[in-house]
Structures are given as C-alpha cells and as structure tokens.
Design a protein around this ligand. Structure first.
Ligand SMILES: Nc1nc2c(c(=O)[nH]1)N[C@@H](CN(C=O)c1ccc(C(=O)N[C@@H](CCC(=O)O)C(=O)O)cc1)CN2
Ligand code: GAR
Length: 205
C-alpha cells in the first residue's frame, strides 16, 4: 500500500478552498492527505477551519522577518519535515520567492479567480467586473517566479449576465473553484499531470 499523497495548503483568508480540500480528503475523493496549513495571518478564519478539521497549522508573521526569504526558509523546513508532495496555494496573498518556487518547481499550484492572463494579481474579480467583460472564470496554474504567470493547468469559464451583481459573480467564481480545484489536485495525486515547457497535459493513466 503506497503512502497517501501529501499536500500542504497555503491560505491567508476565509479558507473556503482549504475547507473543500479538507472535506474531499476526509471523504476519500481527493486521493490525498492535507498534512499542513500554512498561513500568514493568525486571525484568518482558515486557521480555525484547520483546527476543526484536525489539520496542523504553521502560522507565521511576515513582519517578524527582515526578508521574505527568511520566513520561506522556515516554511520549507516544515514542508520537508512532512514530506509534502504538492503545495496548493488557495488565497495565499504573498508573493513567493525562489526559495520555495524553485524547491517546489512543478509541485506548486495556485487557483486564480480570472481567466489568466487576464486580470492577474489582487482583486481579479473586481477587475473583471469593472472592465465589463461578459465572460470571466478561474485558472489553476503552476506557480513560477512571476505573479500568476505560470503554465496553465485548467480553466473554467464563468458567464457574467445582466442579472449578476459583484456579489453573485464572486459566489459563482467560488463555486467554480470548489468544483475544479479538488479535481486538479486529485489528478496530481494520480500522477496524471505532465508539464513540458509551458504545455500542460492531463493523461488518463
Ligand atoms: N511567485 C509567485 N507567488 C505567488 C503567486 C504566483 O503566481 N507566483 N500567486 C499568488 C496569489 N496571488 C494571486 O493569485 C497574489 C498574491 C499576493 C499578491 C500581493 O500583492 N501580495 C502583497 C501583500 C498583500 C498583503 O499584505 O495582503 C505582497 O506579497 O507584498 C498579489 C496576488 C501567491 N503568490
Ligand atoms: N490572487 C490570488 C487570489 O485572489 N486568490 C483567490 O482568493 C480567494 C480565496 O478564497 P478562500 O480563502 O475562501 O479559499 C479565492 O477566490 C482565490 O481564487
């Protein structure tokens, strides 16, 4: 019996994507174990979600460090300790440096609430709303040294209709994330994702 595929989730906020991963892990549908939550905000609701889910948290204060690289070195040690196979960013609102990006090249993914390369960075949903696009969506991508610039793994479109408000759009985006992101993690756990240059392919076995 092979040991379960081990993932660490990085989050900074509400934690709805973390919750989805933890629930899917518990039900067995994820095919992976969430072994650690990494969070940069001690009061973030995601920390309480992890406690209730029985998932260990590593919470740190970026202001306590002179450089990003310093806290990332400590995070890297925590990940190594737990033999993490995949780093899953889910609303983690800090730019990662080469300390973690290079160490987890090809094993670090992020979900972004737009159809990249449109609307990178923060407040992507608000950017799409303000621009007035009729179609937006979500992107799951590999994390590289740039901001939201890594190879695209999967995308899902979300239509903006005349009945929508910013709130209803945010809700549709979050629903799409909670459906797609665990599916992508499950594909990694099964070894189905291949990366060649910027081309990502999903294989059946
Ligand atoms: N090297 C990378 N790091 C991160 C990526 C990435 O693609 N490459 N994705 C982001 C997630 N993200 C949007 O998807 C994002 C995260 C953080 C920021 C940002 O400007 N953060 C500020 C601090 C903001 C704060 O204090 O709340 C910063 O890091 O100085 C924009 C977009 C995760 N990291
Ligand atoms: N630029 C990164 C970014 O905007 N990420 C977004 O933060 C939200 C986190 O929600 P959650 O804390 O409820 O999972 C998610 O919508 C995710 O796409």
């Amino acid at each position: 019996m092979s040991s379960p595929y081990r993932i660490a989730v990085f989050a900074s906020g509400q934690g709805s994507n973390f919750q989805t991963m933890a629930d899917a892990s518990l039900s067995g549908s994820l095919g992976a174990e969430v072994v650690l939550l990494v969070c940069d905000k001690s009061q973030a609701p995601v920390v309480e979600r992890a406690r209730k889910a029985g998932v260990e948290s590593y919470v740190f204060d970026p202001k306590a460090y002179a450089r990003r690289e310093d806290y990332e070195a400590e995070i890297a040690a925590e990940l190594e300790k737990r033999n993490v196979d995949l780093v899953v960013l889910a609303g983690y609102m800090r730019l990662l440096t080469s300390v973690l990006v290079e160490r987890y090249a090809g094993r670090m993914i992020n979900v972004h609430p737009s159809l990249l390369p449109a609307f990178p960075g923060k407040n992507a949903i608000g950017q799409a709303w303000d621009y007035g696009v009729k179609l937006t969506g979500i992107t799951v991508h590999f994390v590289d040294g740039g901001m939201d610039s890594g190879p695209v793994i999967a995308q899902q479109a979300v239509e903006i209709t005349s009945e929508d408000t910013l709130d209803s759009l945010e809700s549709k985006i979050h629903q799409a994330e909670q459906q797609l992101y665990p599916q992508v993690v499950s594909m990694f756990a099964k070894g189905l994702v291949r990366l060649e240059g910027r081309q990502v392919s999903i294989h059946n076995k």
